[in-house]
Ligand binder design. Structure first.
Ligand code: GN1
Ligand code: MG
Length: 384
């Protein structure tokens, strides 16, 4: 994989001081040494804080402020994360005794909860830092794809006995693709910044695919695919990979864990792994659907989750990749038309660049969709 080299940034003395003020509110040992900013994801603000214990050993912690523009009820997010991390830790220790990897843990804060309020407001939580690992934005080979998919399949397995009713729907309609489509139509109608004309072809590409947006929700309504506890943000850089062995160690970013459809989780893996291009690549000729990577994703996911996914789910693995790629393309384009109010951006037209890679990938998947469907069915037959 190509490591995301820009993940850890230096911070000013002022920010470092602010990090220590937050960190010192959590039950972590030692004295604050330094802080760094982590460029992770498009949503939350994330820092790494290093503490030194009295015997001179340094420990690192992840401090994260929940983006309340995105998560309107941050305490519900925290309740979900607490529930899931507790369940996974229990299950890894008591049921899957062989896993033995690192898991995500929350540290208690002042006030007895797993979050504290920052000096300038906001809800912060503190996680352990998964050591010896890295996240990656682009998959380089099939081994890595297999590992990542197996990790998300195992995650699905780990939470399979957690009742969905324990979790709150923190972002209603998060993977309601028809609703995402309607929202784009509405924003295009209003066209607040007059950007629609410049994205006419992207917009029409999406419009012509309205018919597929409701396929998975309909299968669910018809009782053909079940609701499960799902991760909902299974992009490839949400798996911690062991720097030395390339083994997937731990799935991170549990903010969107909610009741949902497994296929959206598998689909997001396809979206984020099959192309050798970054999500915001401007040279669209680099956006490709690499069949061997897709095949490794199917093998890895089914090795971990194949025993409980039903035939209908397996039949739609390829489709799910196309659908969520379209969905994220819709969301990036909507945000571009609205003036970049949701996803963090680093440059002009950033969301438009992102939308374009997604829509190009949809087209690349369509070209090979039939073979992709057949492959998943073949693997399913082989497992029976
Ligand atoms: C956001 O947290 P992060 O940046 O990995 C988004 C996902 C999108 C993703 C696209 C809460 O995820 O839904 O798939 O960007 N998360 C939220 O890269 O909206
Ligand atoms: Mg996320």
């Amino acid at each position: 994989m190509v490591p995301n080299e820009t993940r850890v940034n230096k911070v000013t003395a002022e920010v470092s001081e602010a990090i220590s003020l937050i960190g010192n509110q959590f039950a972590i040992q030692g004295e604050y040494v330094e802080g760094h900013e982590i460029e992770s994801g498009h949503i939350n603000t994330t820092y790494m804080a290093t503490y030194e214990s009295p015997d001179g050993v340094r420990y690192r912690y992840i401090l994260q402020r929940i983006n309340q523009n995105v998560f309107k009820n941050p305490l519900a997010v925290m309740r979900n994360v607490e529930c899931v991390t507790r369940h996974i830790n229990w299950k890894v220790l008591r049921v899957k005794k062989d896993l033995g990897g690192q898991t995500l843990n929350l540290y208690p804060g002042r006030g007895g909860r797993f979050w504290v309020e920052g000096p300038n407001g906001g809800i912060w939580r503190c996680y352990n830092c998964i050591e010896g690992c890295q996240t990656y934005d682009v998959v380089e080979n099939t081994r890595q794809a297999y590992q990542a998919a197996r990790a998300f399949g195992s995650f699905q397995d780990l939470v399979s006995d957690l009742p969905a009713s324990e979790l709150e729907e923190t972002i209603p309609g998060f993977h309601d693709t028809p609703q995402r489509f309607q929202r784009l139509m509405q924003v295009a109608d209003e066209d607040p910044l007059g950007r629609l004309e410049s994205v006419r072809s992207e917009f029409e590409f999406i419009q012509s695919r309205e018919g597929i947006t409701g396929v998975l929700l309909k299968l669910h309504q018809e009782g053909k695919i079940p609701e499960r506890v799902t991760h909902n943000d299974t992009k490839i850089n949400n798996v911690m990979i062991d720097t030395e062995t390339d083994a997937a160690v731990c799935v991170i970013d549990l903010d969107t864990v909610m009741p949902g459809l497994s296929l959206y989780d598998f689909g997001d893996l396809v979206r984020s792994a099959v192309s050798p291009a970054e999500e915001d690549e401007r040279d669209l000729s680099k956006v490709q659907m690499r069949m061997p990577i897709y095949e490794a994703l199917v093998e890895g996911y089914l090795d971990a989750a194949g025993d409980f996914l039903n035939d209908m789910e397996v039949d739609h693995l390829a489709f799910s990749g196309k659908l969520i790629t379209l969905e994220i393309g819709i969301r990036f384009l909507t945000d571009y038309l609205e003036g970049d109010v949701y996803f963090k951006t680093q440059r002009e037209q950033h969301n438009l660049d992102r939308a374009r890679t997604q829509l190009t990938l949809v087209a690349r998947i369509e070209e090979q969709e039939e073979a992709m469907v057949k492959f998943a069915q073949k693997v399913r037959r082989g497992r029976k």
